[in-house]
Write a protein that binds this ligand. Structure first.
Ligand SMILES: Nc1ncnc2c1ncn2[C@@H]1O[C@H](COP(=O)(O)OP(=O)(O)OP(=O)(O)O)[C@@H](O)[C@H]1O
Ligand SMILES: [Mg+2]
Length: 262
């Protein structure tokens, strides 16, 4: 066992999904699917179209309700969560469309729907000063970016900067335990892809473990610590990036290899 495996195996996973089953009518989208995420890692999930990646994540975020299975967060057994229970458990997801309000500046987007409030003569107002300061701190300390123009509407930001704002929104709750990113680089050009991959690493280095769904093995091999391969609704293997090759992982994706360890 190498040092990295040792480190990864030493502690309880932040998140463990076990024997998750989910059918849509007669279609078995997930069959006894598992997932383990440790506190100091980026876990990539790869697999062909329809392999079950998004369904597994949607069970985690409470968008879909699993037919059976269990989820443990920090070793404690949770119910298969509803949407709200998942949010309360500190699980946040950033989807491809980011969901920003383009006409608003970054601080408003980071705190959208959850703005700090101050009362003046008993009347509640958004505390803009507090919100701006908190947004700057989150962007710097949890996401690793500093914007010279934080008060600009986010429509003037680059794709990478917008991604940072969306991540900051996801991590703004202090007890965030898991960040999920489903295909974050799918719609980006080369420069913005590079920035986004750096951003993902920076978020991990600042203490948030990440589940990254991606079809791009180049990107996966640049940022992930481990790769979970799904096929036909099953988890067909998990490998350390350091111990494998893209070709071997591709073999697992299409089912021509049983082991991806080089
Ligand atoms: N809401 C739904 N209703 C019916 N079938 C669904 C639903 N969501 C997913 N499925 C089916 O479940 C299977 C797994 O789909 P899922 O979206 O999890 O795949 P994926 O691995 O994320 O694929 P992709 O790489 O294309 O995003 C597919 O056969 C899909 O058609
Ligand atoms: Mg998907």
């Amino acid at each position: 066992m190498n040092d990295k495996e040792n480190k990864l195996n030493q502690h309880t996973p932040v998140l463990a999904m076990n024997s998750i089953n989910k059918s849509f009518g007669g279609l078995r989208a997930l069959i006894e699917a598992d997932l383990e995420l440790y506190s100091d890692e980026i876990l990539a999930i790869v697999g062909d179209n329809g392999a079950g990646k998004s369904t597994l994540i949607k069970v985690l975020t409470g968008v879909y309700r699993a037919d059976s299975g269990s989820i443990r967060i920090n070793g404690e057994l949770s119910d298969i969560p509803t949407r709200q229970q998942s949010i309360d458990a500190g699980i946040a997801a950033v989807y491809q469309n980011l969901g920003l309000v383009d006409t608003l500046p970054a601080p408003h987007n980071v705190f959208l729907g959850d703005e700090p409030i101050k009362k003046i003569m008993g009347i509640p107002f958004i505390d803009n000063k507090k919100m701006r300061k908190a947004a700057i701190e989150i962007l710097r300390d949890r996401v690793g970016v500093e914007f010279p123009d934080i008060d600009e509407p986010t429509r003037n930001f680059s794709g990478g900067q917008r991604q940072a704002v969306a991540i900051a929104r996801a991590v703004h709750s202090t007890d965030l335990k898991v960040l999920v990113m489903d295909e974050p680089t799918a719609a980006l050009g080369p420069e913005e892809t590079k920035n986004t991959l750096q951003l993902i690493k920076a978020v991990k280095e600042r203490g948030t473990p990440i589940i990254l769904i991606s079809h791009n093995l180049d990107h996966v091999f640049q940022v992930a610590d481990r790769v979970q391969v799904m096929r036909g609704g099953k988890n067909v293997g998990v490998v350390n990036v350091a111990d494998t090759t893209q070709q071997a992982v591709l073999g697992m994706i299409v089912g021509s290899e049983t082991s991806a360890v080089a």
